[in-house]
Design a protein around this ligand. Structure first.
Ligand code: ZN
Length: 435
């Protein structure tokens, strides 16, 4: 499989129509390839001759992670000898899924990131500190490395080193961009202050793993804290390990762009129907130009929305908003469908709200109810009033809200014992039931 070198050249040649024709061809190519070579898709897809292009994609079945977990290697389309690398999902929902990439898939992965770094203004002259895990089957660290390499940028592969070591490298090598998790950036800032260090070479950060944007694409509380602590331009990105693809922001910071020659995103409601732009639903992706384990209409379980209209940067490639929750976290409160992430975003807009914890439980009538604790050092009455009005306006909800200190909320967030803080706790009677 030879990669399309530049879809922008195709787009420039004839705009939208040519781009659509390219995607139609890529979809057919993927269907033919996957149903010929992958035991899973041979059985699952059946006769696809009725599908003439992306317009007909709704005719195809959705691929669910649970089915793939049952027989992971049935996805493989190549000989084992052609596998160049195996990566894995983090297994937050059940067993991890292994994804095998060929040499061509590694190139595609590199190209995906090369384009994003380029859109961020990173050049061959840049020096980037990659402060995320580089090993343990984690795809993203390697993807950044490969992308920076193909851009000709210099890489400081600090990986999962501790804060002190990262700061030492920042001070001595003076990179201009860092790739990190946002809350780790805050930890770095606190540590620098403690040690009396003032690293000042960074201009940009690519932030992964936690969202720094609200539903309106403006920086959320976490994003603002990082921007203020470091005085740098932050870019957010969202990656899907299974699809070897990432969505990312351009310099206009108005949603996460996708590469139309690498992925076809859909946003679907609970019945599998496409929802209008701006409305929340499950992100379902079809990969293009993948050799090892291509995916056809893979349900990510992540809830987000498509951003309406072209981006201010001029690109008309589809964009998605930040992920606001998992499909299984969907709440139905007094007839209103809402996801915990939307409540969190609304709460964090209120001045003085440092952190928050959201619990869903089953009310007496068997309905979903929501209880919220916000952490603040400010005036409780004022903070409560503002938090309520934001939740009402943005999430169309009037939950019980309690006020506590940020430290008390911090304890709630770490309750589960997992390393990743959990803002949302599901105590509903049918909690955990995946559909
Ligand atoms: Zn843009």
């Amino acid at each position: 499989m030879k990669l399309i070198e530049s879809y922008t050249a195709i787009a420039d040649a004839g705009g939208d129509e040519t781009l659509r024709a390219m995607q139609d061809a890529l979809l057919i190519e993927t269907l033919v390839y996957a149903s010929e070579r992958s035991p899973y898709y041979r059985e699952r897809l059946g006769d696809t001759t009725g599908v003439k292009g992306v317009e007909d994609i709704g005719m195809l079945p959705i691929t669910r992670r649970a089915e793939l977990q049952k027989d992971n290697w049935s996805l493989l389309c190549v000989d084992r000898k052609d596998i160049a690398e195996v990566v894995a999902t983090t297994g937050t929902t059940g067993e991890p899924l292994f994804i095998a990439l060929t040499a061509a898939d590694m190139q595609r992965l590199a190209e995906n990131e090369r384009r994003w770094f380029s859109a961020m203004g990173v050049t061959g002259e840049s020096i980037a500190q990659v402060a995320v895990t580089m090993d343990n089957l984690f795809v993203a660290g390697m993807a950044y490395y490969k992308g920076l390499e193909s851009l000709g940028a210099g890489v400081v592969r600090s990986g999962a080193s501790n804060a002190k070591r990262q700061l030492e490298l920042l001070m001595r090598i003076k990179p201009d961009i860092i790739i990190a998790v946002p809350s780790f950036m805050l930890k770095l800032a606190r540590e620098a202050e403690k040690l009396g260090l003032a690293p000042d070479s960074l201009e940009k950060a690519l932030l992964i793993g936690e969202t720094i944007r609200g539903m309106d694409m403006a920086s959320n509380h976490l994003g603002r804290l990082v921007e203020e602590a470091w005085n740098i331009e932050c870019f957010s990105t969202y990656g899907i390990t299974e699809a070897s693809v990432a969505f990312a922001e351009c310099a206009s910071h108005d949603g996460f762009h996708s590469h139309p020659d690498f992925v076809f995103p859909e946003i679907l409601d609970g019945d599998g129907c496409s929802v209008p732009d701006g409305e929340a639903g499950e992100l379902v992706v079809t990969t293009f130009q993948v050799e090892g384990m291509p995916l056809v209409r893979y349900g990510t379980g992540d809830i987000c929305f498509k951003v309406e209209g072209p981006c201010r940067c001029g690109s008309e490639t589809p964009r998605i908003g930040p992920v606001i929750g998992r499909k299984a976290q969907k709440l139905k409160v007094k007839g209103t469908t809402v996801y915990p992430g939307a409540i969190e975003n609304a709460l964090l807009k209120a001045d003085g709200v440092v952190n928050c914890h959201i619990t869903a439980y089953t009310g007496e009538a068997g309905t979903d109810l929501v209880r919220v604790v916000v952490g603040t050092n400010g005036d409780s009455a004022e903070v409560l009033k503002e938090a309520r009005s934001f939740v009402r306006a943005d999430a169309r909800l009037t939950p019980d809200i309690e006020v506590a200190t940020p430290e008390e909320v911090e304890r709630l967030l770490s309750e589960g014992g997992s390393r990743k803080k959990a803002v949302f706790k599901d105590e509903r009677k049918r909690a955990g039931a995946f559909d």
